[in-house]
Design a protein around this ligand. Sequence first.
Ligand code: ZN
Length: 305
Amino acid sequence: MFIADAHCDTLYAIAIEGTRPESCVVTPERMAAGGVGLQTFALFCGKHGPAGTPYADALAMLNVAGQAGVPILTGDLPDAPPQAPTGVFSCEGGEMVEGSLERFHEFQRKLRLRMIALTWNFENEIGHPAAEGPKGGLKPFGFELLKAMDAEGVLADTSHLNEAGFWDVCERAALPPIASHSDCRWLCDVPRNLRKEQVKALVERGGFIGVNFYSCFLREDGRATLDDAVRHIDELCALGAEHVVGFGSDFDGIESWPEGLGHPGQFGNLLDALRRRGYTEAQLEGIAGLNLWNLLKRAEAARRA
Ligand SMILES: [Zn+2]
């Protein structure tokens, strides 16, 4: 079964934290063992907000991208989902473009970003983070960037964005909005998770929700098990998200995870749990990878049109 993951911080771990590639959670060996065909590798540039050096950090991560050990696609996606471990680029923290559309296009030419998380946990040139409360929508540059992203087939990732910004994206983005690594807020009340109305909006737009494996986003007491991950997927599907839900593991960016869900070789444990719960093979194929893959293909087609 083709497995895709919408978010990991492996390039940050290698380039900025100095983790040796073989000591990362996401490795080519584990991807192959788990059947992961597509891993989204984030350029995580938001750690210090615009006060840091997001552009330089992005270049540092790009420099080590080869050390991830899998080919990262910077052109059109193949017709069929890749069988062997492959990567694509995303951005986490839109301050990476430092308020410049030119920089966005420069990255786009080099990397073919598939999605941009507009903020991390700090206010930037684009908008405001969930970490700082629900108020304050996208800024003028945010709307400009959104338009450029739409034209380039880059999905707006609302994970980390606050609620006012989320609704601005839903209203203004031509491409379906996504939340690459967020869970259900009504099951675990943290600002990084989605409210039911937000989930319904993403379902309506045909977007994507990547379930985050961080224990503290799955359960408020942080003692999450595989069953909690199943529960979040159940609740999303109960709101109609069957064709919208998938994985956003956040590997190499989280400190705790359910036992049996700690690295790319273990996606199968979650799929087995869902299978036992009664999900059909067709549903599992969507959740495992095709929901994300199909959206990426649609975004690419929109770019060409
Ligand atoms: Zn994140």
